[in-house]
Design a protein around this ligand. Structure first.
Ligand code: SF4
Length: 276
């Protein structure tokens, strides 16, 4: 596992304590069109094909099963937040189900930690319901340089539908980069459904490594308004320029989440029991 530093120089992932990659490599091939027209590639791919090349002999677009790393969280005794898959998508369509279940099993065993997964393939997530109580299940905002804003809006609504089917103590959305008016789409969703299917949001700017592009202020305001109306805690990535600054986590941390999870599962049980 890799310890994440919060030393203000932009290195490390601010919303977690450790990264852990029992699987590595990714076939999603994400790219982003920057506001200046340049195309940015996935940061993990850059690392895998640069600094960490030795660990990726078959390139980044390949699935690696790192069995030697599987039990690493059990060796860390201090309760920590652990981001699972900073160099992968654990729930990618190419990952064997058996491997995902082994990783989930270790998360459940290491019950003193809080695990944060993040996927760009939410359609697969409900397959693993219910998630262990100490697992926060995240989905990234749709992106891709061929995606239009209208296409991204449709994709975001599809993601929200899939997130509504996830049974986890905390579901979250990583809205990074905020590259279109996602708040407006969330508003439309709420008008139709009356709720947001996540309990935490991470918000960040677009970057190609060399340069950072801030979202339009109106997009940030719309997003914060809709999240605020639904009491969703917000964590700003260090690349976002905004004031007042916010670094919030799901209210009450894991203990609160566990209570929520119990309520959620018992209410779903009632729904299931009363269903025709
Ligand atoms: S899902 Fe994540 S790791 Fe995979 S290509 Fe996209 S940004 Fe990179």
């Amino acid at each position: 596992m890799n310890k994440q530093q919060r030393n203000g120089n932009g290195r490390g992932i601010e919303w977690t304590d450790w990264t852990w990659n029992p699987t590595a490599g990714c076939l999603h091939g994400c790219t982003w069109r920057m506001p200046d027209g340049s195309i940015a590639e996935c940061y993990a791919k850059k690392i895998a094909e640069g600094l960490a090349k030795g660990a990726y002999p078959l390139g980044f677009e390949h699935h690696y099963w790192r069995e030697h790393a599987l039990y690493a969280p059990l060796n860390e005794k201090t309760p920590s937040k652990i981001f699972v898959g900073s160099m992968a998508d654990l729930f990618g369509h190419w990952v064997p189900e058996e491997q995902i279940r082994q990783v989930l099993g270790v998360m459940e065993q290491a019950h003193w930690h809080t695990f944060q997964t993040l996927s760009k393939y939410p359609v697969r997530l409900p397959e693993f319901n219910p998630f262990p109580q100490n697992v926060w299940v995240g989905v990234s905002l749709p992106a891709g340089h061929l995606l239009s804003q209208a296409g991204a809006s449709r994709a975001l609504k599809a993601y929200l539908r899939q997130m509504a089917g996830i049974r986890a103590s905390v579901r979250y959305m990583s809205i990074e980069p905020l590259w279109f008016d996602a708040g407006e789409v969330l508003d439309e969703w709420i008008e139709e459904r009356g709720f947001l299917p996540f309990e935490w949001a991470i918000v960040g700017a677009a970057t190609n490594g060399a340069k950072t592009f801030q979202p339009k202020p109106a997009w940030v305001i719309n997003l914060l308004n809709v999240l605020g109306e639904h009491s969703i805690p917000v964590f700003f990535k260090g690349n976002l320029e905004w004031s007042p600054w916010r670094e919030e986590f799901p209210i009450g941390g894991f203990a609160e989440s566990a209570t929520y999870w119990k309520e959620l599962t018992s209410s779903r049980r009632v729904i299931a029991e009363t269903a025709p």
